[in-house]
Write a protein that binds this ligand. Structure first.
Ligand code: FAD
Ligand code: EPU
Length: 337
């Protein structure tokens, strides 16, 4: 049963472990809870923050408004031949859904093993890892429109997915709350093992014909070796996006930096932000209570009692250094509040 709490610490609700407070906090379990919340006069005119697992957030100050935490549960599926349509509530922990699918032999989510956060947030930035993005398996999502208190279905086309991007971060920002997501999976696995680290780890394990569970296990092992576990060290994964630059700009850069890590993409060349940051001398650097992770310079961490402001200032320093050295402007992936 939903309740509206006041003056709530958000420390347990963000993986950076930043200690700020929210004026109001509502845990939402059903669409009906959303109706009740948005017809409650106590919150009229207040600022809103939709929250899943808080794994892509940096709080820099107290939140003077209502935090709407999505906890809608439930996983169900239907089978049509070799195709499985899986639907999960916005509050389902992303990796619980992955585990459910892997255990049932439903292929499609295995490369996205161990990404933190919730199902409801997964379309927002079109989560991706190890050669697969949410858009590759997304069928549709249901979302609650705050202005009309009505739910609406969004198709693949409606969502306008891009690299770490969707319509929900642009034209529809702040207008909808995703309540459930449906995925198109398959019993006939078309496993994506082309990502270098996956190939290497499969070889290392002497696995020649991997199955869904093998790919999931290998992805989990790679992630654990590279990324800090938020339960022991606060972080929000990659702090910046990998920048995409024009072919012309890339040709200039590669003359000066022949080792620059790059990937050709449709609209130019994508650079590895982690490499750029490492080249500026930041990898594993500790600055006060913050710094970058020793195995992955793209991940900013909270070494203890960092404030959001401290992490944010450090990220400014990184942006400036990378810009000075390479003429490339890094854009934050993490949502700053
Ligand atoms: P939150 O951080 O709570 O919210 C993120 C954004 O979505 C906010 O703007 C919020 O307002 C909005 N939002 C949340 N739920 C809803 C909803 N139901 N309806 C509408 N808006 C909503 N990301 C990747 O893509 N790939 C990775 O490999 C990856 N690795 C990570 C590794 C670590 C260690 C960490 C800490 C993070 C990583 N991330 C990665 C980032 C993060 O896990 C994803 O962005 C995830 O989808 C965030 O989910 P969340 O529920 O925590 O969202
Ligand atoms: N690199 C360095 N130094 C570093 C980090 C990376 O030189 O400190 C270089 C290496 O050459 C490495 C390359 O960068 O081979 C790429 O690194 P990695 O494979 O770790 O991936 P990434 O580009 O840094 C992206 C996503 C991750 C996702 C991984 C795996 C973004 C912003 N990040 O990271 O997503 O898990 O690929 O697919 O696209 C996230 O979004 O939070 C996230 C963790």
């Amino acid at each position: 049963m939903f309740s509206l709490k006041q003056n709530v610490s958000l420390k347990p609700y963000n993986t950076f472990g930043i200690d700020v407070k929210a004026n109001f906090f509502a845990d939402i379990y059903t669409v009906d809870d959303l109706m009740k919340l948005f017809t409650n006069s106590a919150i009229e005119g207040k600022k809103l923050l939709i929250l899943g697992g808080g794994s892509n957030m940096l709080f820099t100050e107290d939140f003077d408004g209502v935090v709407v935490k999505l906890s809608i549960p439930g996983i169900s599926y239907t089978t049509q031949g070799d195709e499985i349509i899986v639907t999960a509530g916005a509050g389902v922990v992303w990796n619980d859904l992955v585990t459910f699918c892997v255990n049932n032999g439903f292929a499609g989510l295995e490369n996205l093993t161990l990404i933190p956060g919730t199902v409801g947030a997964s379309p927002i930035q079109n989560i991706g890892a190890y050669g697969v993005e949410l858009k590759d398996v997304f069928l549709s999502c249901e979302a609650f429109e705050i202005a009309t208190l009505k739910t609406k279905m969004f198709s693949f086309e409606d969502c306008k997915f891009g690299y770490r991007d969707s319509v929900f971060k642009n034209d529809l920002k702040g207008k909808y709350i995703i309540t459930q997501v449906s995925f198109r999976l398959t019993k006939i696995a078309n496993l994506q093992t082309h990502y270098g680290a996956i190939t290497a780890e499969l070889t290392n394990r002497n696995i020649i014909t991997p199955n869904i569970a093998d790919v999931s296990a290998v992805v989990a092992a790679i992630r654990v070796s590279k990324l800090p576990d938020p339960s022991t060290i606060g972080n929000a994964g990659s702090f910046f996006k990998n920048p995409v630059i024009t072919e012309a700009q890339f040709q200039e850069l590669i003359q000066k930096f022949p080792d620059i890590v790059n990937y050709p993409v449709q609209n130019g060349v994508k650079l590895a932000a982690g490499w750029l940051i490492e080249q500026c001398g930041f990898k594993g650097k500790v600055v006060g209570n913050t710094g970058t992770w020793k195995n992955q310079a793209l991940v900013l961490v909270n070494h203890g009692n960092a404030s959001g402001q401290e992490v944010y200032s450090f990220s400014e320093q990184i942006i400036n250094s990378v810009h000075t050295k390479f003429g490339v402007t890094l854009e934050r992936e993490v949502n700053i509040l």
